[in-house]
Design a protein around this ligand. Sequence first.
Ligand code: SAH
Length: 474
Amino acid sequence: MDKYCKISKKCGGCAYQGIPYEEQLRKKETQVRKLLSDICPVRPIMGMEEPYHYRNKVHAAFARKHDGKVISGVYEEGTHRIVPVESCLIEDEKADAIIGTVRSLVNPFRIRIYNEDSGYGLLRHVMVRRGFQSGQILVVLVLASPILPAKNNFVKALRKEHPEITSIVLNVNAKRTSMVLGERNIVLYGKGYIEDTLCGKTFRISPQSFYQVNPVQTEKLYGKAVELAGLTGKERVIDAYCGIGTIGLIASGRAKEVIGVELNRDAVKDAIYNARINGIKNAKFYAGDAGEFMTVMAAEGEKADVLFMDPPRAGSGEAFLSSAVKLGPEKIIYISCNPETLARDLRYLKKKKYEVKEAWPVDCFAWTNHVESIVLLSKLKSNKLKHIDVELEMDELDLTAAEKKATYQEIKDYVMEHSGLKVSSLYIAQVKGKCGIIERENYNKAKSEDAKQSQCPAEKEAAIREALKFYGMI
Ligand code: SAH
């Protein structure tokens, strides 16, 4: 019997609540199959055995109600109202318990809660990360100022309730922004990061670094990715969008050389450190935009044998892909968390002399409508190229049409990823209206003349416009 969450409608995090898990898997597989129908065969989805409490990173926003009660949870969709969350079916239970303890310590320690409207107050968010294999736990207190009164006693009280906590960090975020973490970290206790083991390697994960949230499925995901690469020990491998170096370092034992590139400097530092603690000597990591990095490599006439690429939801785009093609890897392993941008990028590579062999959907996000996929591409031998040239014209037409459209969900995801803001369909419709994009559905019209509708705030409007620009809609 599936478990049921009472607050799922308000929280909005689990779009597949109420749908049996097996059916969720079928829906995700069908979605990938549909999007890639003209591109490649899609293998059966790899599902979870225990689809609960898998999220190893939990984050909660804090607020104080009028009666003085402290609540923590997630923002209700399209608002800055907090939906209180005390326990969650997909989050790590220990992390939820720690956040509950922080909530209970706020009043005794007289900690002021940050008020988004006035900009006054101290505590904004709490983030907890737990190493699935190591059991290490990092608690990040996001405060508007670097000074936490009675910090030593606070740390003591928190550790007394949860002796398993291995590190506590104060993250300073003084900006009027919806981004959760600021840039500065002050370690209050422990090492300031956690370590975890994945596919037999140890990884340091700093507060700001990306790390897959579902550790059990991630092992399946990376295991399959490395298997598809078919490495023999002679290859020069690129790990693009490498985060803390996971995929490249896992593959390094079967390759001659690994080169990783990643935008987030903290993650790159983690990757370099991770190579060292695992005794890996054939891996190098660079900080920078993956597209620019590939362009420079291609311009310098560099070559690569295998390319792993694992971009964020927006996908990769032409600057990266055109240079990737110039580098000419025999195999590309594309790991994607957004099948729509994946399809777009695969169409491009298909035009550029790559054969898209097969796709493997993996469920890393049970109860949500998100799905991860791995795709294997291989470079066509020159005698097959003629056939591809004929296909090219049709694909080109498809690509332009596809690029002009983005679903509401894609726009929401883009905005969330790039500005950390949750935006409603209503707001998107309002901005589309302002930009002269005609709406079929009347999201932007009030039902009756005197009905009042909330208007999209300027900050969100700017973020939505950016997404519309990205998708070539304005
Ligand atoms: N492969 C890693 C990380 C994947 S998530 C893992 O599995 O853990 C995507 C990563 O791409 C994030 O770490 C993000 O910081 C990084 N990223 C986003 N935009 C980028 C860009 N333009 N160039 C390089 N890296 C980028």
